[in-house]
Ligand binder design. Structure first.
Ligand code: BGC
Length: 718
């Protein structure tokens, strides 16, 4: 492990080298380093840009020529957080490990899995010659309609930051730069290029920005990707306040800011903090020109872009390459696909959430049951989210069903299915059972199969992804009606949801068990079968609140929804920092399932809370497995009231594995910023003197131990 001092040394060496090498560069070389080119995608008609040398075969989302005389490697960037993607850049690429969706990693509450997955992705990226992985999606899942929630970890800044940082650490440990993206408040996809996200700046610091701030501290990502949207009227790629004043000045961020693809309206973004324009051909489509090519060069020649700023842009890129060692790769690392599959499998096991269980699960494995598996293409595979983050697994998809839609991402909007199928895995796990499959083609037909079975397992899926928000919280293709019908035909119905967001469940009371499997990745079917049969004791916890209806959320109606692609749209995030469970606490609303909720086949008890306070507070308590199976619990520490102000904040969590009867002393310590408010006038965090009430709970609405302490007034940070 590198020590903190070691990190400092390696980054200051990187800074010094970047400074020395940049000084040797010509202006042409400098300008060539601050743009990246989208690779060719012959299958969808994206041509090869002539600036990409002929001998570059491993195309991807970004290519920047290196400067070989100075030892600067070409910069080759690939998507994304759930594996190395290939939407057609490399016809001969056999495929990569398709890890579970980030929201499932969020549900595991397990930073180690984020790190292991990151390291595996880093190795697979590097083995293809990619030295930048466009991973680290850490927008807060603010809206259950957001098409990209599956690419993010959670609705909570602390959970998101801890997991996002570990994913970056895993990737960067392999000598590959990782991004954190999409900076910031890119929390809905509707009209994303024309979206103005309005938020109170202090509340922004306590929510989405706090996730970035903490994740940056814990992982030093080489790059931050700015989002497509505006915040408070300014496009992110040219948002002086958020890029220069907050990211670079207040937080001292040393890496480089790259734009999202097609997100740079004009050259002066360079003055406002953007260091590299990505996928410049997309900017030509979106804005009519490449901002950082001729336009920026002209601005430089006219003295509008200071030489020092150009040098700073280049140095930031270089230091990030040097800091992770991307310029000094040794031999290509061995990629152990079996080991990576194990990581994907273990992640899915830990991130699947048992939402409801009326003694229906685990399924008895020793009885010759007649089981009906219904719907969700469960005979073919498990779904993935769509868009730039979708990974093609080794051997290809089990099937691809075209969905389509408006805009450039419409052609990538597909139902991607990963083999093996849940049906096959259930047959393996239950060799004595007789299993019938019904596609759920009509409710009536599915009910016939359900009626003649002992148990029904209904799979329900939804295609969610980039550039599209979900119109509401229901399941598509009449699946709700099918579940209603099978549950009526057979009360022993279990529902497995494979979605990237919460859905409403009109059939909730009519089914015996509900399992949230998210998009569980290439090993997901096995993990689902193991959870259903009890080979794995479920331990996932919801990283996002499941509302009972959109009426409970801050925006029952999503602005811009239904308008033509390209309509200027303003979303006022009036909930401010009170995102998700914080909003439910503030409005006293009862969700369908609360943040943090998740059942187990064993039971846990909490006792003996002791609070220590100093600069911050720490809670110590005893956690006991009171049931008869080994299992993992995720105790959560919440702030519920701060100096007279009702305020819900997740302060800490830990996933703890316990044998039956075993107890463990757990200590959770709060980051001080989670106890504070951001005071924009002072430019600091402020803990007001007073009583702080905390609770240790199983979920945001299931608080088991409560206590309080007094904190003194404090102003700190920046
Ligand atoms: C997405 C990014 C992605 C980029 C490159 C954009 O459409 O928003 O997340 O990294 O494309 O493919």
């Amino acid at each position: 492990m590198t020590t903190q001092a070691g990190v400092e040394t390696s980054t200051s060496v990187a800074d010094a080298r970047a400074r020395a090498i940049e000084a040797e560069m010509t202006d042409d070389e400098r300008f060539s380093l601050i743009i990246s080119l989208l690779g060719a995608v012959p299958s969808i008609g994206v041509p090869r840009d002539e600036r990409i040398p002929e001998d570059v075969a491993n195309m991807s989302a970004g290519y920047t020529p290196g400067v070989s005389r100075l030892g600067i490697p070409a910069i080759q960037a690939s998507d994304a957080s759930m594996g190395v993607t290939n939407p057609g850049y490399r016809p001969d690429d056999p495929g990569a490990t398709a890890f579970p969706a980030s929201i499932l990693i969020g549900a595991s509450f397990n930073p180690k899995l984020a790190r292991d997955g990151g390291a595996a992705i880093g190795r697979e990226a590097r083995s293809r010659g990619f030295n930048v992985q466009l991973a680290g999606g850490i927008n807060l899942a603010r809206d259950p309609r957001n098409g990209r929630s599956f690419e993010y970890y959670s609705e909570d800044p602390w959970l998101t930051a801890v997991l996002g940082a570990e994913a970056v650490n895993g990737i960067q440990g392999e000598g590959v730069i990782s991004t954190l993206k999409h900076y910031t408040l890119n929390c809905n996809e509707t009209n994303r290029h024309w979206l103005d996200a309005i938020i109170d700046p202090d509340a922004h610091r306590e929510s989405d920005l706090l996730a970035f701030e903490i994740a940056i501290e814990r992982s030093e990502p080489g790059s931050i990707m700015s989002g497509y949207n505006k915040v408070n009227g300014e496009y992110l790629s040219g948002n002086n306040h958020l890029l220069n004043e907050v990211l670079k000045d207040a937080w001292g961020y040393k890496g480089y800011v790259m734009s999202d693809w097609g997100a740079v309206p004009e050259w002066d973004c360079a003055l406002k903090g953007l260091d590299q324009e990505s996928g410049v051909q997309m900017d030509v489509k979106q804005w009519g020109s490449e901002a950082f090519s001729d336009q920026l060069r002209a601005a430089f020649d006219e003295g509008k872009l200071p030489k020092e700023r150009l040098s700073d842009m280049v140095r930031r890129i270089l230091r990030s390459l040097f800091a992770v060692g991307a310029d000094s790769w040794g031999p290509t690392p061995e990629v152990d696909l079996e080991k990576h599959n194990e990581i994907a499998l273990e992640t899915a096991r830990q991130g699947i959430v048992l939402l409801k269980n009326d003694d229906a699960l685990p399924l008895p494995t020793d009885k010759p049951l007649k089981i009906a598996v219904i719907g969700g293409y469960a005979q073919l595979g498990v779904p993935s989210g769509t868009g730039s983050g979708a990974v093609m697994p080794v051997g290809g998809f089990a099937d691809v069903i075209k969905i389509g839609g408006v805009g450039v991402m419409g052609s990538l909007r597909n139902l991607f299915l990963f083999a093996p199928s849940p049906l096959a895995e259930l047959k393996k796990a239950l060799p004595d059972a007789e299993i019938d499959f019904d596609p759920g083609y009509t409710p009536a037909e599915a009910a016939l199969t359900a009626k003649r079975s002992d148990i029904v397992i209904a799979f329900a899926i939804r295609v969610e992804g980039e550039a599209f928000d979900n119109a509401d919280l229901s399941l598509p293709w009449g699946q709700d009606a099918t579940i209603e019908a099978v549950a009526e035909a057979n009360p022993n119905t279990i529902v497995v949801l494979e979605t990237g967001n919460p859905v409403v469940m009109p059939w909730q009371n009519n089914v015996k068990a509900i399992v949230q499997a998210w998009y569980p990745g290439q090993a997901g079917a096995q993990a689902i079968a193991e959870v259903l049969t009890g080979a794995v004791n479920p331990s996932g916890r919801l990283p996002i609140t499941f509302p009972a209806s959109l009426e409970q959320t801050p925006r029952p109606v999503l602005p811009g929804m239904g308008t033509p692609w390209g309509t200027p749209t303003t979303i006022e995030y009036n909930e401010g920092a009170e995102v998700g469970y914080r909003w439910f606490a503030k409005t006293d609303a009862k969700p369908l399932y609360a943040f943090g909720h998740g059942l187990s086949y064993t039971t846990f008890s909490y006792s003996d809370l002791v609070i220590d306070e100093g600069d911050t507070l720490a809670a110590t308590f005893t956690l006991t497995n009171t049931g008869d199976r080994p299992g993992a619990d995720v105790p959560q520490l919440y702030l519920s009231e701060a100096a007279g102000d009702k305020r819900m904040r997740l302060l800490g969590f830990e996933r703890v594995e316990l044998k039956p009867g075993e107890s463990r002393l757990v200590t959770l310590t709060a980051d001080r910023r989670l106890l504070a408010r951001y005071d924009g006038d002072a430019g600091q965090w402020h803990i007001a003197e007073g009583t702080y009430k905390i609770a240790v709970g199983k979920a945001a609405d299931e608080l088991e131990l409560t206590g309080e302490t007094t904190l003194s007034d404090a102003l700190f940070g920046s």
